[in-house]
Design a protein around this ligand. Sequence first.
Ligand SMILES: O=C(O)C1=C[C@@H](OP(=O)(O)O)[C@@H](O)[C@H](O)C1
Ligand SMILES: C=C(OP(=O)(O)O)C(=O)O
Length: 453
Amino acid sequence: MTKKSIVEADLEARSPWSSYKDKQEVILSPPTTAVNASITIPGSKSLTNRALLLAAMAKGTTQIEGLLKGDDSYWCINILKQLGVHVEIQGESATVEGINGEWPNRTGELYVGAAGTVARFLPGLLAAGQGLWRMTGSHRMSERPLAPLLYQLAAMGGVFTYERIEGQLPYTLEAKGLQGGEPVLAGSISSQFISGLLMAAPYAEQTLRLSIDGPIVQREYVEMTLEMMRKFGADSNVEDEGQVITILPNGYQAPSAAIVLEPDVSTCCYFWALAALTNGRIRVEGISLRTLQPDMEMVHVLEKMGCSMVHGENYVEVTGTNQLKGGFTLSMKRWSDQTLTMAVLAIFADGPITFTDAAHIRHHECDRISAICTELIKMGIQVEEHPDGLTVYPGIPQSALLDPHDDHRMAMALSLIGVKVPHIRIANPGCVSKTCPDYYERMEALGLKVSWL
Ligand SMILES: O=C(O)C1=C[C@@H](OP(=O)(O)O)[C@@H](O)[C@H](O)C1
Ligand SMILES: C=C(OP(=O)(O)O)C(=O)O
């Protein structure tokens, strides 16, 4: 394998909160003692960016605790500051002075990085105000789908001028207010389109009655949006089993109490997987099974695979097993961010595992189905690629230089192989800073051997 075939890292998308920008490779080998720890995990990316954006839009000042400091939240905060919003960060806390729907700076160039949440949540919030902005993003974000959302916003009053490809970044948005009304949006490509429209609705001119056409992928993220909107005083009326959502145009009010964000459950999953693979134990503090974050489903699947799980009001703990069980099919529709982690676990199970209903992850930070198949095959693992998923057969991975395709979840999932197999090399590991900038320090603290090139 030559370095030429490694996907080039888009370093512009790495923020000042990124840690391993200059590293070409990380090399991982198994720990010598069992992984056994209680840990805390930074705030949810999804909740951080929802809270920041709604706090910025709202009337009044919002205090947010438990912020994620990663690339995705950095670019969100950076844009808010460019728009004239006063945001103060101290440690993992933010104080945001809301602008009540009227952006103070009405022109400028706004770079969303590689953040799907910013690329999909911001346009509606901008369109609901007044201004003229140029929107740009990372190379990959400029390929990822936005059109269904932007076309809907255009039908409601936003004027979009596309620079290269219709419906994609980069583009210019002339905002003159958002009409509201009764749009219809498909939910099969990204739940973020729906969240993006809903978040803007309290600042539309009329009531929004959004109908969702067909099943929604990762539906719980829409519930997380509605839950965060509720904290800012925006109630929703949900009908037809979640397919029709009505929001009144009553604005947002900053909550009187601080918003305390949950840890990022998607990040927790890599650490629970570590326990599962090493017959070790990982307790994550500060999270309960009652979270809306859909990736919590993984701990139930780990139980099915032979691990044990205990939980309380404020922790979820996984203890691994000597032999993970496989031989089943899993729908990843609700929690597809963990498809890559599960694919890595499947290598070490006692039977093949098939993952289905995840065609939409081909539009994520990379084509995740194709990328994980390529990397597992490189290590001699037998896989079958399907249009909506893959089948992974158990095997003994050969060490190789693995390409994360500039995708944080590919890097974090592939790194887990290093707890079982010596000398696992991951190229351009800095991409983890999208959601977990200190991932490798955390792995090292739990006993993995980590070295750098
Ligand atoms: O709304 C959100 O915060 C997210 C929604 C999901 O995206 P899609 O619905 O686009 O798959 C998920 O994959 C992403 O990590 C976060
Ligand atoms: C799909 C993801 O991110 P984004 O918010 O950019 O869509 C992800 O974090 O797995």
